[in-house]
Design a protein around this ligand. Structure first.
Ligand code: SF4
Length: 348
């Protein structure tokens, strides 16, 4: 991880502005009328700086995975811009995108379902070379694939094995090898360790961190669990119901959160120290996440927020803006120092 001053000096690799993705809901068998829309991502803006790891965090359905798929253009945005190295790729055609696909790769949550069970690991890892016509000579391709297997900690002699012959952690390493095959600039890792045992999670996270350092990768790391992101990310964007509600360096976010939603997420993270754990007040969020087809107006968190003020939070939408204690948050009444101390006693 790098320091905030290093981050400020870095240029953005990706600039996302007012990104929107609404999935239409249609009714009718013959004439399908649009009767509504799932507002999966609704006006999201942030930069991803070169060489950093940016965490996108939030509960299931907050729009983090959709945002990732929009950035890699696996999905088409409804509106907004995605500038990649200065060029807006939001409206590029599949053909225009093809050369850029080499530079942006995804690692998926479930390593098993993202690997074709009938193909050997050698074929799976070598696929990007074939698709992009990079290494046409079979022998040389095999050598490169085996080199990649070694890089990610797999035995190159297992080149001809099928995915089911590997453990969950090894399968995720296969996914990582495939993702780095073409030496991309950007990796989007969508909950890459959520399906793995805790003991294996750290190994895969360490691998990603080592690769980032060695290859100068920029990583967007998606997780629903703030504890996983902590040691992995330089900065973290917290999402709630299709919006970014807080964006800060990891250090700032974990020691001094501003948004009540971030405070609630952090208060739920287990603390190993029993004294600190006893000092911590868990902020239990009441109610379920509202439906993204009909989200609450103004601040979308107001229906669950312990600090909501009627007449303000349900009337005026808070904008994501810099706050006095650092970082950016979208909240009219950010957490006070004493509220932070209750939610995150490790900060004191
Ligand atoms: Fe809570 Fe109001 Fe802040 Fe929204 S704007 S997070 S409802 S205090």
């Amino acid at each position: 991880m790098s320091t905030p001053s290093q981050e400020q000096a870095r240029p953005p690799l990706v600039e996302v502005r007012d990104l929107v993705k609404h999935f239409p809901i249609r009714e009718g068998i013959v004439i399908q009328r649009q009767v509504g829309a799932v507002q999966a991502v609704d006006g999201v803006s942030f930069d991803v700086l070169e060489g950093e790891t940016l965490g996108l965090v939030g509960e299931s359905g907050c729009g983090k995975s959709t945002t990732a798929r929009l950035i890699t253009r696996l999905l088409d945005p409804t509106s907004g811009s995605i500038r990649y190295r200065g060029t807006d790729i939001a409206t590029m055609s599949r053909r225009q995108l093809k050369p850029l696909r080499r530079e942006m790769q995804m690692i998926f949550q479930d390593p098993y379902s993202s690997l074709n069970p009938r193909k050997t690991v050698g074929t799976i890892i070598g696929e990007p070379f074939v698709i992009h016509g990079v290494e046409k000579d079979d022998k040389r391709r095999k050598a490169r694939v085996q080199g990649l297997m070694e890089t990610v900690g797999l035995n190159p002699e297992h080149y001809n094995r099928l995915p089911h012959e590997f453990s969950g952690g090894q399968r995720q390493r296969i996914g990582v090898a495939r993702a780095i095959a073409l030496e991309p600039k950007l990796i989007v890792a969508d909950e890459p360790v959520s399906a793995l045992d805790v003991s294996i999670q750290a190994q895969v996270l360490n691998l990603l961190r080592d690769l980032q350092r060695e290859m100068g990768l920029t990583i967007i790391f998606i997780a629903h669990d703030l504890s996983v992101v902590r040691h992995m990310c330089d900065r973290v964007a917290v999402m709630y119901l299709g919006k970014v509600v807080e964006l800060a360096t990891s250090e700032q976010l974990y020691s001094n959160p501003q948004h009540p939603y971030t405070g609630a997420l952090l208060s739920a993270v287990p603390v190993p120290d029993p004294i600190l754990a006893a000092a911590k007040t868990r902020q239990v969020l009441t109610g379920d996440v509202p439906s993204p087809t009909n989200p609450p107006r103004a601040c979308r968190f107001h229906t669950r927020c312990p600090k909501a003020v009627a007449g303000t939070c349900d009337v005026t939408e808070p904008l994501l803006e810099p706050k006095e204690r650092g970082g950016e948050a979208a909240c009219h009444f950010p957490l006070s120092s004493s509220e932070v101390a209750e939610a995150v006693p490790t900060a004191r």
